[in-house]
Design a protein around this ligand. Structure first.
Ligand SMILES: [Zn+2]
Length: 171
């Protein structure tokens, strides 16, 4: 897992703030709860919403494509527990990888929508190596529905009207 195109990275955790170190420790704890019976690749995430930390782990399915990543599990849990309104400000992700774990494209997109381009992403491995990046660095030009042309966005948001139909047995 080679980091390509990342700038402003940090080599180790000694440069993390106490809050960031706390988030990494929480992500490590979450990793132990991963349901990774298929791959044995356990990932933990910890997302900060205000003063709250929401944990996530990867949850695999026997139908492999239904697996959910740790990062998105944390985001979805924040919504389910009513914490998303506080705003996602930072997320830490941990896995047992040679280099700090990298995020998949799906998670980058979801995090872009939830935390914006300035979201601080702390990528770690279990050996203590850390890389920090913003979401803008991980996903330049991320997609947002609001960037669609106004009419199309309005049409997409508007519920469809029921179409008038002839009675099925018109005389
Ligand atoms: Zn992912």
């Amino acid at each position: 897992m080679k980091a390509v195109g990342l700038k402003h990275t940090e080599a180790n955790r000694t440069r993390l703030t106490p809050d960031e170190r706390k988030l990494v420790a929480a992500a490590k704890k979450a990793r132990l709860r991963a349901h990774a019976h298929q791959s044995q690749f356990k990932v933990g995430a910890a997302a900060r919403y205000g003063n709250e930390i929401v944990l996530g782990c990867n949850v695999e399915s026997d139908v492999y494509g239904l697996t959910n990543c740790a990062e998105r599990t944390a985001v979805f849990a924040a919504h389910a527990n009513g914490l998303a309104r506080k705003g996602l400000s930072m997320i830490a992700v941990v896995a047992d990888t040679p280099e700090p774990v990298v995020l998949c494209g799906a998670c980058r997109q979801v995090l872009f929508e939830q935390g914006g381009p300035d979201l601080r992403v702390i990528m770690c491995n279990t050996r203590g190596n850390v890389r920090v990046a913003t979401l803008a660095e991980l996903l330049p030009g991320g997609f947002r529905l609001e960037t669609m042309p106004k009419r199309r966005a309005a049409a997409a948001a508007k519920p469809r009207k029921a179409t008038k139909r002839e009675p099925p047995h018109a005389p």
